[in-house]
Design a protein around this ligand. Structure first.
Ligand code: SAH
Length: 261
């Protein structure tokens, strides 16, 4: 611990992990406790927010993929203003700030205004989902790489994904923001040559008390995802390494329909 790593006017982008406050780093907890002001996303868990001391100003900037309640520029400006006012600023982000967290925009806005941003890493959803299911994302001889893929597209636009580079096999694919795009993911990968029997795991509200996960196969992905609440954060893992997972199993369209009931 460095005594002066959180002087007035400093900004920390802090990874809040997937939800369970016990998955925060000790550094994250210390920064949250020392901040004068905390800006947090919709995905940050209630248990993490409960660690913000009562006297600290806490501001929701509630971004959630499809419905942005504050646009990124407004958030950037709020961070700059708080730093300029000489406050100790924590910007709490779900998971890890460097994975689909728009941290680069915030870091560069601060830098352009003459303020340094510091980053405290967090546990990203894919790692937490694998841990809950008791599986490994990489697997010797099976999955030699792990790909973090965003399945979020601009409203109405097709997903801009190079499916052939993903369908090759030998990888574990982690799709973030893929709940609404499950059908496109399924079709994109299968058209690019991935087998319909490829193991898939769908995990929602990972690390929270209401975590749910389903193991299924690629050709049932769209059907199976339909059983998950539309607004719950949902991660989709695809690949042979996923097969080791312990989860409710859907092996046929009939199983998937029963889950809907
Ligand atoms: N920076 C975050 C990701 C932000 S993008 C991270 O590192 O985890 C938001 C997406 O992350 C969600 O749509 C979902 O796909 C995934 N996600 C985040 N938290 C999750 C959770 N607790 N359970 C399941 N998926 C989660």
């Amino acid at each position: 611990m460095q005594p002066d790593d959180f002087a007035p006017g400093m900004v920390w982008l802090v990874g809040a992990g997937p939800g369970d406050p016990e998955l925060l780093t000790m550094k994250a907890v210390r920064l949250i406790e020392r901040a004068d002001i905390v800006f947090y996303d919709a995905l940050v868990g209630d248990g993490v927010l409960a660690l913000i001391p009562a006297g600290t100003e806490a501001i929701s900037v509630g971004k959630r993929s499809a419905r942005h309640s504050k646009d990124q520029r407004a958030i950037d400006a709020m961070l700059v203003d708080a730093a300029a006012a000489g406050r100790r600023v924590v910007r709490l982000k779900g998971g890890d700030p460097s994975i689909f967290g728009r941290s680069a925009e915030e870091v560069s806005a601060l830098k352009n205004a003459g303020y340094a941003a510091h980053i405290c890493p967090g546990i990203t959803a894919a790692c937490a989902a694998a841990a809950s299911a008791g599986i490994s994302l990489s697997l010797r001889g099976v999955a030699r790489d792990v790909r973090f893929v965003t399945a979020h597209s601009k409203r109405g636009a097709a997903l801009d994904i190079d499916w052939s580079s993903l369908a090759f096999g030998g990888s574990t694919l982690a799709f973030y923001m893929g709940r609404d795009a499950a059908g496109d993911i399924m079709r994109g990968l299968m058209r690019a040559g991935m087998s319909g029997t490829m193991p898939v795991m769908i995990s929602c509200n990972v690390s929270g008390p209401d975590e749910r996960r389903l193991a299924t196969r690629l050709d049932l992905l769209e059907l199976a995802t339909g059983s998950f609440a539309a607004d719950a954060p949902t991660l989709i893992l695809v690949g042979d390494a996923i097969e080791q997972g312990g989860a409710a199993h859907i092996a046929s369209a009939t199983d998937a329909r029963q889950i809907h009931e």
